[in-house]
Write a protein that binds this ligand. Structure first.
Ligand code: GDP
Ligand code: MG
Length: 166
């Protein structure tokens, strides 16, 4: 099994931390010019039975300048071309404007979307449950998976779930 995956989400939710954790020393291609090139490969995770190719989606953020519309188009196209989208959010933060902007874009996308709730090491389980229910109200996610990218909690389960969608 092999497939293309993109991780989207607001700055600082833990996207890079997650990629570094799962790919670790097996990094095939890594670049920091994240905002400049379309469909850049960030890393490839190869296991016994699957290959996961992580690619960058530039421009999935609130447009602040006149390139905004163009970049949004690039972002939406990218999301439609991959096999799976991981929408990562910070468990500490309530659902807000930044998240709802991305959710609106996801409504134009046909690819399955996972909600990955990161930083669960920082919140009480009750808080996690309330976040899950607020996201369930706004979008029909294919899967909702809480993790801690720093501690590695539930990351193996997320990878196993991803494998089922490739
Ligand atoms: P990105 O902007 O989405 O790529 O976010 P980063 O991966 O750069 O992470 C932003 C900050 O959040 C860094 O200081 C990370 O160490 C921290 N962080 C990422 N994942 C976790 C997590 O699961 N738990 C905690 N406590 N901190 C995290
Ligand atoms: Mg990053």
């Amino acid at each position: 099994k092999s497939g293309f995956i993109t991780i989207i989400g607001r700055p600082n939710v833990g996207k890079s931390t997650f990629l570094n954790y799962v790919i670790g020393q097996k990094i095939a291609i890594m670049s920091d010019k994240a905002q400049t090139t379309r469909n850049k490969i960030q890393g490839v995770l190869t296991t016994d039975d699957a290959q996961m190719i992580f690619i960058d989606t530039p421009g999935i953020h609130k447009p602040k300048h006149r390139l905004g519309d163009f970049m949004m188009k690039v972002a939406t196209n990218t999301l439609n071309e991959v096999d799976l989208v991981l929408f990562m959010v910070n468990a500490e933060e309530e659902y807000g404007k930044g998240e709802s902007f991305i959710i609106e874009k996801l409504k134009e996308v046909n690819t399955p979307v996972f909600l990955v709730i990161n930083k669960i090491d920082l919140v009480h389980p009750d808080h996690l449950l309330s976040i899950i229910s607020s996201y369930k109200e706004v979008y029909d996610f294919a899967e909702i998976v809480p993790i801690s990218a720093v501690q590695g909690n539930n990351v193996e389960n997320l990878l196993a779930t991803i494998r089922r969608y490739l």
